[in-house]
Design a protein around this ligand. Structure first.
Ligand code: G6P
Length: 599
C-alpha cells in the first residue's frame, strides 16, 4: 500500500525521499511523487508509473530544498494518474501533503469544501485533507491540523509541509503505519523501517492520534489533546544488509534462502533443556480459556490454520480460525474466556488490526504473532511473540511464513506443557530444522525442473489432506501471486465432489502427502487424477510412494507436525521458478501490496 517518506534536515531532502521510496516499492504502487520547499516556494514533481519514471522527470528540476515529502500511491479512490498521485497541494501551492489510508467521510467534506468555493483537481480522498487544512489555516499550521483531525474519519498517516512554516513537517497518524527516525542533522519519517536504515536505526514509534513536528535539530511530540509528550527512542535491530538483495536477482529468492538462518533466529533461546520457553507469555494461565481463535489474512492466515490445527490436536480445546476481514463482521462469540491469536508479518494489516480491537473490546486475551518490531498490532495486543524473519521485502511472503509456522508450533508446545503434554522427539527435531531446510534448498534444480511443467499452464491443482491441506493452500497462493497461473487448493478427499471434473489430459496436479495417518488416502486420490491424464508433481516423505508420479520429491522425514515447514520450501521454489520462466516481476506482482493498510 502507499509508501511515505519525509525529511527535514541540513542537507537536501530529495536523496532521502527517493531512496526511501525505493525501499518501500515492495509495498505496491502505481504512481509516485515528491514535494520539496525551495526558495521559490513548493515544488511538486509526480507521475503515474514506476519510480524510474519519476527519477527521469526529476532530472528537469533541481530540487535542493531541505524539507520535503515523498509518496508512492496504490490506487484506492481514483485511477492511477498524474492528477491522483501524491503529494497534493492547495490552490495557491502553499500547503502540500502525502497521505496513506482512507478518509471515509471524504464525500461529505468534499461537498462542504465545494460549497466554500474550493476546486478539486483529483478524484482522491486525500485532496480533501489538504483543502481542509487550507480552509482552517489562520497563521498556525499545527492548529489547522488539530481542526482537520477533528473532522476526518478513517485511517491516515499524514505528512504536511507549508511555505508559511518552511522549516518543519507535521506528522500525524491513525491506523496507518508511520515511523520517525533520528539522524545526524535531520529528522525523517517513513511508512516502514527499511526506508530509514541507510540513514538511521534510531526510531520513534508514533501511536494513533499522536502528532510529531519534525525540524532539522528538534522534534516535538504531542498527544491526542495536543499536550507535549515524551517518546522513547528505540534502536531497531535490523541492519541495512538485511534490506539489500545480497547478490540474488530478486528479494523473493534471497528470502527463500534466508530461511535456515531466520528459523534458527526464531528458535533461539526458546528451547532450553527439552522445555519450550516463551517468557513473554509466562503470566498467562492457559487453562482459563474455553476456546481459542486464530485470526489473520493471506499467508499469515495459512500459517494460522496450521497453528490452530496443531494446538487443538495437542490441548483438545476448541480452536477456531478465520480470516480477519470475515471475523470482524461475523459477530464472533468472544468473551473473557476466549484467547485470540492475531498473526501478521507487518503488524499493520487493517483487517487484522480491526479484528484485534474487536476481540479486546469484548474482553478476550490477545496475543500478536508479528514480525515487525513496534508495529501497531504488536503494540495493541496484550502479549506479543516476534518471529525473527528480519525485513521481508518481496510481496510474496516466504521467510515470514515459515518463521510463523515455527513460532506457532513452539507456541502450541508451550501451551501443551501447561496441560502436561511434552513431545520430546519433536522438540529435538525442531532444533534440526535449519539444517533440514538447508538440505532441501540444495535440491533447487529439481524444483526448477518441476516448475518448467507449469510454464504454459493456465491452471494448477493443489491437493492434500489435514496439515498437508494447509500447506497446499499456501502453495497455491504462492503460485498464483507471482506467476499469475490460476491455482486452487483442494482437500484431496473433496476431489470427487467437483474438482475432478476439471482434470484432463495434461492437467498439472501438485500433491502433498506427508501425514502418515492419511498419506495412503491422498495417494489414492492422486491415482484418480493420473487415471484421468494428469501430470502429478508429488511432494512426500515416503521413500517408496505407491504411485507412479514422474516428478516426485522426497522430503526428510520428521514428526508430522513439523513436516509443514519443510513442505513450504519446494512449493515456494516452484512458484518462484514458474514466475521466473514466465518473465514475471517476482518481487512486485501486479495489483498486490505487501502491507494492506486499508480494508
Ligand atoms: C498482503 C501480502 C501477503 C500477506 C498479507 C497479510 O496480502 O501481500 O503476503 O500475507 O497481506 O499481511 P500481514 O502483514 O498481516 O501478515
Amino acid at each position: 500500500m502507499c509508501g511515505i517518506t519525509a525529511f527535514s534536515g541540513k542537507g537536501p531532502a530529495l536523496p532521502f525521499l527517493m531512496q526511501g521510496l525505493s525501499k518501500l516499492e515492495y509495498r505496491g504502487y502505481d504512481s509516485a511523487g515528491v514535494t520539496t520547499i525551495e526558495n521559490s516556494g513548493l515544488k511538486t514533481v509526480k507521475c503515474k508509473g514506476r519510480l524510474a519514471q519519476l527519477e527521469t522527470k526529476l532530472e528537469d528540476y533541481h530540487l535542493e530544498g531541505h524539507v520535503g515529502i515523498g509518496h508512492t500511491r496504490w490506487a484506492t479512490h481514483g485511477i492511477p494518474s498524474h492528477l491522483n498521485s501524491h503529494p497534493h497541494t492547495n490552490g495557491d501551492e502553499t500547503i502540500s501533503l502525502v497521505h496513506n489510508g482512507i478518509i471515509e467521510n471524504y464525500k461529505e467534506l468534499k461537498d462542504e469544501l465545494l460549497e466554500h468555493g474550493y476546486h478539486f483537481h483529483s478524484e482522491t480522498d486525500s485532496e480533501v485533507v489538504v483543502l481542509l487544512l487550507d480552509y482552517y489555516y489562520q497563521g498556525d499550521m499545527l492548529e489547522a491540523t488539530r481542526k482537520v483531525i477533528e473532522r476526518i474519519e478513517g485511517s491516515y498517516a499524514l505528512c504536511i509541509i507549508t511555505t508559511h512554516e518552511p522549516d518543519q513537517i507535521i506528522v500525524v497518524k491513525k491506523d496507518s503505519p508511520l515511523i520517525i527516525g533520528k539522524c545526524d542533522g535531520a529528522y525523517v519519517a517513513a511508512s516502514d523501517i527499511p526506508a530509514l536504515l541507510e540513514y538511521t536505526k534510531d526510531v520513534y514509534f508514533l501511536d494513533d492520534y499522536e502528532i510529531a513536528v519534525l525540524k532539522t535539530d528538534s522534534i516535538t511530540f504531542l498527544n491526542k489533546n495536543f499536550r507535549t509528550i515524551k517518546k522513547e527512542l528505540v534502536t531497531v535491530p535490523y541492519d541495512l544488509e538485511a534490506a539489500k538483495k545480497d547478490g540474488y536477482d530478486t528479494f523473493m529468492l534471497k528470502e527463500i534462502f534466508e530461511q535456515p538462518h531466520v528459523i534458527q533466529e526464531t528458535l533461539r533461546g526458546r528451547i532450553q533443556d527439552e522445555t519450550i520457553k516463551l517468557d513473554e507469555l509466562d503470566n498467562i494461565d492457559f487453562k482459563q480459556f474455553n476456546k481459542v481463535h486464530f485470526v489473520a489474512c493471506g499467508t499469515a492466515y495459512h500459517a494460522s490454520l496450521c497453528g490452530a490445527h496443531i494446538l487443538e490436536h495437542l490441548i483438545k480445546v476448541p480452536v477456531f480460525k478465520d480470516v480477519a476481514s470475515e471475523y470482524r463482521y461475523n459477530d464472533p462469540v468472544i468473551d473473557e474466556k476466549t484467547l485470540c491469536i492475531f498473526v501478521s508479518q507487518s503488524g499493520e494489516t487493517a483487517d487484522t488490526l480491526a479484528a484485534l480491537r474487536l476481540a479486546k473490546s469484548k474482553g478476550a486475551t490477545t496475543i500478536a504473532v508479528a514480525n515487525v518490531l513496534g508495529s501497531t498490532i504488536s503494540r495493541d495486543a496484550d502479549y506479543v511473540l516476534y518471529t525473527c524473519a528480519g525485513p521481508e521485502i518481496a510481496v510474496a511472503s516466504t521467510k515470514a511464513y515459515t518463521t510463523q509456522l515455527v513460532l506457532l508450533i513452539l507456541f502450541a508446545y508451550y501451551v501443551a506443557q501447561q496441560f502436561g503434554h511434552v513431545d520430546l522427539k519433536a522438540i529435538h527435531e525442531l532444533k534440526d530444522l535449519p539444517n533440514l531446510v538447508q538440505k532441501i534448498l540444495g535440491d533447487i534444480d529439481s524444483f526448477e525442473q518441476f516448475a518448467s511443467l507449469l510454464e504454459h499452464q493456465r491452471d494448477a491443482y493443489f491437493i492434500g489432506r489435514g496439515l498437508d491441506y494447509t500447506s497446499v493452500l499456501e502453495g497455491a497462493l504462492k503460485l498464483k501471486e507471482v506467476s499469475y497461473i490460476h491455482a486452487d487448493a483442494y482437500v484431496a478427499g473433496e476431489l470427487k465432489h467437483g474438482p475432478i471434473a476439471l482434470i484432463e489430459e495434461g492437467s498439472i496436479v501438485i500433491a502433498v502427502a506427508t501425514q502418515p495417518h492419511i498419506a495412503a488416502k491422498t495417494m489414492s486420490n492422486i491415482q484418480e487424477t493420473i487415471a484421468r491424464g494428469a501430470e502429478v508433481i508429488l511432494i512426500t516423505n515416503s521413500l517408496n510412494p505407491p504411485i507412479d508420479a514422474r516428478y516426485t520429491y522426497v522430503l526428510p522425514y520428521v514428526s508430522p507436525i513439523l513436516q509443514t515447514i519443510l513442505v513450504a520450501i519446494p512449493l515456494q521454489l516452484m512458484a518462484y521458478f514458474a514466475a521466473n520462466i514466465k518473465g514475471c516481476d517476482v518481487d512486485k506482482p501486479r495489483n498486490l501490496a505487501k502491507s494492506v493498510t486499508v480494508e
